[in-house]
Design a protein around this ligand. Structure first.
Ligand code: ADP
Length: 930
């Protein structure tokens, strides 16, 4: 009994152990009897079939396993019916046979949801007396099958890739020694092999020139060492068949499943066409660059060649117009002048365009005052607008800063282009220029501002389909307009490029028949000093009532805004009737208008007629009248004087003009102060006559330069090449040199270098100003680098010449010491005073006392274009100066001639010269030699 007890305990333990193994097994385990009835069913089987043990116990195992071919049933039948002796298995002490034969096959399993899945099945049998028990182990093959399918797909892809990829793509795999493990068919063919397998075990050294193979091996060893791929290697390969090609290769490390680098693989593609194309392109680009270079050189030379004679034509015409001419001659010459100006304009356009094309145009940034600059620009266009009866108005929003950093010349060019077009294409109405601060999207840049300019006209407009095209070079809205309006079609193309240089954009909106609006934006730096303080009027103008009479609404708005900014109280009316009513009412209310701004040109009653009406009403006399004219008509000014109009302004009225005029009218002493102010001011700037060495080979230009210099009282010594200039340099002392660059025998650069050499060791430095028609960027730098001090582009503009040259004028005392110019001929002076020294002193005292009044009267007479008064005063001055034998008498004489001939523009330039000369004279007169 004890043995039985022990044995059954052992059995229970064994059963428990078996159960635990079975239930925790990863494989499904099912036991069933010889009638295929399920007896046991482990957890893994539950998972596999989605059924619990209770659901399947005593059920037929064939509900779970598909056995269409009866393999399982036959096996079970065989095992159940075989007698023990036929069992080749082991028989143990409990009469249990474990059969060594078992069934193993793939079958289909059925899940509770009727889906099928592959199973690997192995069934073993155990015989216990009469009974046979079957244990089957099931393994779900779903995942394994899936992996197998994926692997197969992968294999196919690689196979496809290696066999059938296009002829120009090569793939290879190599081992750590650089021997091929595998190559694709295209590479095999290229290597001259019949099958890809022939490559295995061979290396680049078997196929390529040694150097190439060594190079490739070095690359591969590097990849093996670092594990880093080498992408985009460009290699020139010579193939076994002798052909050559360029390939681009990416080489990468080949890693085994543990991630260790065990070789390399690479993909190359043939890019011979690409490289050759690129080479072709580079050659073409070089050729184009060369051609472009040649083109811009050609243009520079052309511009030089054309500008030099243009210089002569324009300058000489200018001088000829200053001489006595018959009306017919004057007319012809004026036509020559305007045609030459047009021609110069076209040449400049073409040159500009070519420079921009060649990338040679750069901005020349400097500080400038926007309002003054725009005012000047528009004044040059006002006459054109006026002659067509158009209003030209400008409005700069108050918040737009005045002091800017940018290229005022190029800005002016764009504005002149757009406004010029607007005037050209408008027959009636107005052209309005507006400037406002642009709304910039994104972060504002410190110390920078973007402005938006608008040029609006009421002209013929532009068809919608042409709006984009007109910005292209040589493009005009249509052929017939070209004939009617002329032009090159370059203006807008240039403007667009200039605006881009200023980091802006240009665009247009237009309504055919109603007008156009051109817009552009541009970026500017902010100048360090803003000029706004200047625009503070004296406090006395606060709340001053001003009446604006103008038929043009835009003008009224602009004037109102300016005046309001100065805290005046403007009222605007559109015509004479309203104006008279306003004035009358204002007197009645006890708050009369202090100032009336009258538009000269108005329909029905114009400004002059209105002024006359006002002047005929004694009760309105307290208002000061100011006329806004379009300039040009000399008669206007005379009429203004006759009507007692205090001042006139040329339209478009700019803020600074209006400001200055208001100050001038309000401050009665203004003229006197400003005259004496300019006396002191002028000395430093352009008072001193300079000795100028001129080196210039072109005779016309020589004469022009000499005349321009003489006009300002400077003395010119002419030389026509560098050699002569150097001789003159050695012999005389000069205040400055005007140096042409291209001269025979010795050019400007060489001459400059020689002068600088000769100056070495001395404290002297003679200012040298280059004059060149090479208007290309870089000229200035070249000149400065050559040792020159300044640069003047040809054609020489008088104002530029004076400004540049006179910056080098010696200080007055320095001249007094250095130069021998005698300001007063004391002997002659004494003679004219009948050799009476006391009398001479008295004469001098009287002269010096009257001088300020004479000068201020003379200045205002010139300003007011009063031929008679100015002529008389200049004459008096000249007489007195002659009396003292003063050289300044020459200048006074010139002034007198100019005034008598009503050449006021010239007189305005001569006047400051006279002031300067007098200022220099004063100390000498005050201290006559014993
Ligand atoms: P150009 O004026 O020398 O012909 P642009 O490039 O300045 O050359 O202008 C190109 C064309 O654009 C002009 O010929 C004209 O047809 C059109 N255009 C320009 N501005 C205006 C405007 N304000 N009104 C109508 N058409 C204009």
């Amino acid at each position: 009994i004890r043995r039985v007890h022990q044995t059954s305990q052992q059995l229970r333990k064994a059963e428990a152990r078996t159960r635990s193994i079975v239930s925790n097994a990863a494989d499904g385990i099912i036991t069933f009897d010889e009638h295929l009835r399920i007896e046991d069913f482990n957890d893994a089987a539950e998972m596999m079939f989605g059924k619990t043990f209770t659901m399947v116990t005593q059920h037929d195992v064939l509900e779970l396993i598909n056995d269409d071919d009866r393999r399982l049933r036959d096996f079970v039948f065989r095992k159940a019916t075989q007698d023990d002796s036929s069992h080749s298995g082991i028989r143990n002490s409990f009469d249990v046979y474990v059969s060594s034969k078992s069934l193993a096959c793939e079958v289909q399993g059925r899940r509770s949801d009727k889906t099928r899945f592959p199973i690997w099945l192995s069934v073993g049998s155990v015989r216990w007396g009469e009974h046979t028990r079957f244990t089957c182990i099931l393994r779900d093959l779903t995942e394994q099958k899936r992996t197998e399918a994926a692997l197969e797909r992968e294999r196919c892809v690689i196979q496809e890739l290696m066999l059938n990829l296009t002829e120009s793509v090569f793939i290879y795999f190599k081992d750590e020694q650089g021997q091929f493990l595998r190559v694709n068919s295209a590479l095999a063919r290229k290597l001259g092999l019949k099958t890809p397998d022939e490559a295995i075990g061979r290396s680049d050294f078997n196929f390529f020139p040694e150097e190439y193979a060594r190079h490739a091996l070095r690359d591969e060893l590097e990849i093996l060492r670092t594990g880093q791929p080498a992408l985009s290697l460009e290699e020139h390969a010579t193939w076994p068949d002798g052909s050559q090609s360029w390939v681009r290769t990416a080489k990468m490390p080949l890693r085994n499943s543990q991630g260790r680098v065990v070789g390399t693989f690479g993909i190359s593609h043939d890019m011979t066409d690409l490289v050759e194309g690129r080479e072709e392109l580079r050659r073409a680009k070089d050729a184009a660059d060369q051609a472009n270079q040649a083109k811009s050189e050609f243009l520079a030379n052309m511009s030089h060649e054309i500008r030099t004679p243009m210089n002569g034509i324009l300058g000489m015409t200018d001088l000829a117009l200053d001489t006595d001419l018959s009306p017919e001659q004057r007319e012809y010459l004026e036509m020559v002048q305007s045609s030459s100006e047009q021609l110069l304009h076209i040449i400049n356009d073409i040159l500009d365009f070519s420079k921009i094309e060649a990338g040679k145009l750069e901005l020349d940034p400097q500080e400038f005052l926007l309002r003054d600059s725009l005012g000047e620009t528009l004044h040059t266009l006002a006459q054109r607008a006026d002659s067509k009866g158009l209003e030209l108005a400008a409005h700069i929003a108050p918040e737009v800063p005045d002091g800017l950093k940018g290229d005022p010349g190029r800005l002016r060019q764009v504005i002149v282009n757009l406004v010029g077009n607007a005037i050209k294409f408008t027959e009636r109405g107005e052209v309005v220029v507006e400037v406002a601060v642009a709304n910039v999207s994104g972060e504002p840049v410190p110390n920078e501002i973007e402005l938006r300019f608008t040029v609006r006209d009421t002209g013929i407009g532009i068809a919608h389909d042409k709006l984009e095209r007109i910005f292209n070079e040589f493009e005009q809205a249509d052929g017939s307009t070209t004939r009617r309006y002329g032009g090159t079609g370059l203006g807008l193309a240039i403007s667009r490029k200039l605006v881009r240089l200023m980091h802006g954009q240009v665009w247009v909106e237009s309504e055919p028949g109603r007008g156009s609006a051109f817009y552009f934006t541009a970026r500017f730096g902010l100048a360090t000093c803003q000029s706004d303080d200047r625009r503070q009027l004296p406090v006395s103008v606060e709340n001053m009532r001003v009446l604006i009479v103008d038929d043009n609404q835009t003008n009224r708005r602009i004037l109102e805004e300016m005046l309001t900014n100065w805290r005046m109280r403007p009222t605007a009316v559109s015509g004479a009737t309203d104006a008279v009513r306003e004035l009358t009412e204002s007197v009645a209310s006890g708050e009369p208008y202090s100032l009336v701004l009258l538009d000269g040109h108005m329909p029905d009653v114009d400004g002059f007629a209105l002024a006359e009406q006002i002047r005929n009403r004694p009760e309105l006399l307290s208002s000061t009248l100011m006329m806004l004219t379009s300039g040009g008509q000399l008669g206007d000014i005379a009429r203004c004087r006759k009507l007692g109009i205090a001042a006139y302004l040329i339209k478009p009225v700019t803020q600074s003009d209006l400001f200055d005029k208001i100050v001038q009218i309000l401050d009665q002493n203004h003229v006197a102060t400003s005259a004496s102010a300019s006396v002191t001011h002028s000395v430093a700037t352009h008072g001193t006559p300079m000795r100028v060495l001129l080196a210039e080979d072109n005779v016309v230009n020589q004469r022009l330069a000499v005349r321009l210099l003489e006009r300002r009282g400077h003395i010119a010594i002419i030389t026509s090449n560098g050699v002569e200039a150097l001789e003159a340099f050695d012999q005389g002392s000069f205040d400055a040199v005007l140096m042409d660059i291209q001269m025979p025998r010795l050019g400007g650069f060489e001459t400059t270098a020689e002068i600088r050499r000769r100056e070495q060791g001395t404290s002297r430095h003679l200012p040298i100003i280059a004059m060149t028609a090479h208007a290309m960027k870089g000229d200035r730098e070249a000149c400065l680098a050559a040792g020159m001090d300044a640069y003047l582009p040809k054609p020489i503009q008088a104002e530029d010449l004076y400004k540049t040259l006179e910056a080098y004028a010696p200080q007055p005392n320095a001249t007094a010491a250095a130069s021998t110019v005698q300001l007063i001929d004391w002997i002659a002076a004494l003679k004219s005073a009948a050799n009476d020294k006391t009398l001479l002193k008295e004469l001098i005292t009287v002269f010096l006392e009257s001088l300020p009044k004479w000068l201020s009267d003379l200045q205002s007479a010139i300003q007011q274009r009063d031929t008679a008064v100015a002529g008389r005063l200049a004459h008096t001055l000249k007489g007195s100066l002659r009396q003292f034998g003063a050289t300044a008498a020459e200048t006074a004489q010139q002034l007198e001639t100019e005034c008598a001939a009503s050449h006021f523009a010239a007189a305005e330039k001569t006047f400051p010269i006279l002031l300067a000369a007098l200022n220099q004279l004063r100390p000498e007169l005050e201290h006559p030699p014993g």
